[in-house]
Design a binder for this molecule. Structure first.
Ligand code: AMP
Length: 187
């Protein structure tokens, strides 16, 4: 089963994706984590990506498409995975469809975590000192939310036509939201 968790920065994708992946015993693929690891290791991808990440901009598709393809094609994701943090652009969404389709797979469930903007800002600001991310500055947070609206939110309309998208209110407790998701997925 392939599940995509969509939502703005701060909507809880990482938290809920982890709970869901553990329950379904599927790998979670998180492009943000992979990129942060590349930055930390100082790889060529990391060095290039850092410039965009620190500003809250998307890492260009020219750098990210190959990475997504490699991750989604890994043997451990053969029977399913939870995708967190991608696709974020139309080109990434097309690639995901193509790579899954080549194996006779598709996105089975798309969960859209809905959280009002004021709450997103509040969460991102309050986790900033805890997580120490270089893109949790007020400026980068503003950019990340704007970039989500501009580049990623249009995917909602694209996916809505498929009938596998579910809106999940993302403002309850972590347990309540996880329970909503369990009910939607059916396990
Ligand atoms: P995230 O942890 O998902 O909020 O991602 C942190 C940052 O990593 C984003 O602001 C982007 O700069 C970069 N990033 C993560 N995933 C992607 C992606 N799929 N496409 C482009 N940039 C990404």
């Amino acid at each position: 089963m392939f599940v995509l968790i969509l939502g703005a920065p701060g909507s809880g994708k990482g938290t809920q994706g982890k709970i869901l992946a553990e329950r379904l015993q599927l790998p979670k693929i998180t492009t943000g984590d992979i990129l942060r690891a590349a930055v930390k290791d100082g790889t060529p991808l990391g060095q290039e990506a850092k410039k965009y990440m620190d500003q809250g901009q998307l890492v260009p598709d020219t750098l990210i498409l190959e990475l997504i393809k490699a991750e989604v094609s890994k043997p451990e994701a053969k029977n399913g995975a939870v995708f967190d943090g991608f696709p974020r652009t139309a080109a990434q969404a097309e690639l995901v469809d193509r790579v899954l389709g080549a194996e006779g797979n598709r996105l089975n469930h798309i969960l859209l975590l809905d959280v009002p903007e004021e709450e997103l800002v509040r969460r991102l600001m309050s986790r900033a000192p805890v997580e120490g991310r270089s893109d949790d500055t007020p400026e980068a947070i503003k950019t990340r939310l704007a970039v989500y609206q501009r580049d990623t939110a249009p995917l909602v309309a694209h996916y809505a036509q498929r009938g596998v998208m579910h809106h999940v209110p993302g403002t309850g407790t972590i347990d309540q939201i996880a329970e909503d998701i369990r009910r939607i997925i059916g396990r």
